[in-house]
Write a protein that binds this ligand. Structure first.
Ligand SMILES: Nc1ncnc2c1ncn2[C@@H]1O[C@H](COP(=O)(O)OP(=O)(O)OP(=O)(O)O)[C@@H](O)[C@H]1O
Ligand SMILES: [Mg+2]
Length: 267
């Protein structure tokens, strides 16, 4: 059997709020797009931060095991984790404008992300940055790299953030509600970019969202999180056509398009 890209078995608490994730077990295959769906407060972002071992920044604590390509991350030193973040695990967050540094040019931010893990002058890196941005459907030239975030549209900024997150071709990308702030057309384009990353670069993507419709159109499998516990995990078509848990049934029945399909097919 192919070795798992990611294998998790964790619990997480915040001070004053225990049991935010309870014995959560999950596996992802290389190149797989796994959707993590759950209502606000169910623990989705806590899971992403736990994988990156960053929960202590929010006053939380993760216990258990997080294995990336067979390597136990929970046993690594902080210096070893810093080498993993950004190089082996990329992160894209919801709000591109607050994730980018408003004071720095796009080219500078890309170069800083590059230099965090590999050597290379700004001049040497420029063609690579432009190629990557173009592969993400941005029609750019060198002048684009001199712009600051405020001079970009939200959709452009989100693509720049994705470019930064995949600069080092990480095998795992965590995308936390990163299409929620986008209009529908831009959202569709970003979902296409994720499909492309999974197919062409073999990137495994944990796509976190409360939007079951977006998740259904993108993901190979779906995991449903409720109050810190996974209540159901399965291939997308099975979750949609045969949801077992009452909460999953409720989520699926709230999908307008599927409702229409169900009505059509019953005629
Ligand atoms: N720093 C913190 N201290 C205490 N409790 C926290 C902290 N951060 C989050 N929580 C609580 O932990 C639970 C899970 O939060 P989390 O941010 O993981 O949810 P989420 O599923 O990502 O929600 P959303 O969809 O709104 O982003 C929530 O009940 C939240 O109130
Ligand atoms: Mg969240």
């Amino acid at each position: 059997m192919q070795e798992a890209l990611l294998s998790i078995s964790i619990s997480a608490d915040y001070s004053g709020k225990p049991g935010v994730l309870r014995d959560l077990r999950l596996e992802m295959a290389p190149g797989e797009i796994l959707g993590l769906v759950g209502e606000s407060g169910s623990g989705k972002s806590t899971l992403a931060l736990s994988i990156l071992r960053l929960l202590d920044l929010k006053g939380g604590k993760t216990s258990g095991s997080v294995r990336l390509n067979g390597r136990e991350l929970m046993e690594l030193s902080e210096a070893e984790m810093r080498a993993i973040r950004g190089r082996d695990i990329g992160l894209v967050l919801q709000s591109p404008m607050s994730s980018l540094n408003p004071a720095l040019k796009i080219g500078t931010q890309m170069h800083e992300a590059w230099r965090a893990h590999r050597p290379g002058s700004r001049k040497e890196c420029t063609p690579r940055f432009l190629d990557l941005l173009r592969s993400l459907n941005l029609d750019v030239d060198e002048k684009f790299l001199k712009r600051k975030p405020a001079q970009l549209s939200v959709g452009q900024a989100q693509r720049v953030l994705i470019a930064i997150a995949v600069l080092h071709k990480p095998p795992l990308l965590l995308a936390d509600e990163c299409t929620s702030a986008l209009d529908l057309i831009t959202q569709k384009e970003v979902l296409n970019i994720f499909r492309q990353l999974s197919q062409e670069m073999g990137t495994g993507i944990l796509f976190i969202s409360h939007d079951l419709l977006a998740v259904s159109s993108l993901c190979h499998r779906i995991a449903i999180l409720r109050h810190g516990e996974l209540v159901e995990v399965g291939p997308t078509h099975e979750i949609l056509s045969r949801p077992v848990h009452p909460y999953t049934r409720e989520l699926v029945s709230a999908l307008p398009v599927l409702n229409a399909l169900t009505i059509d097919s019953s005629i």
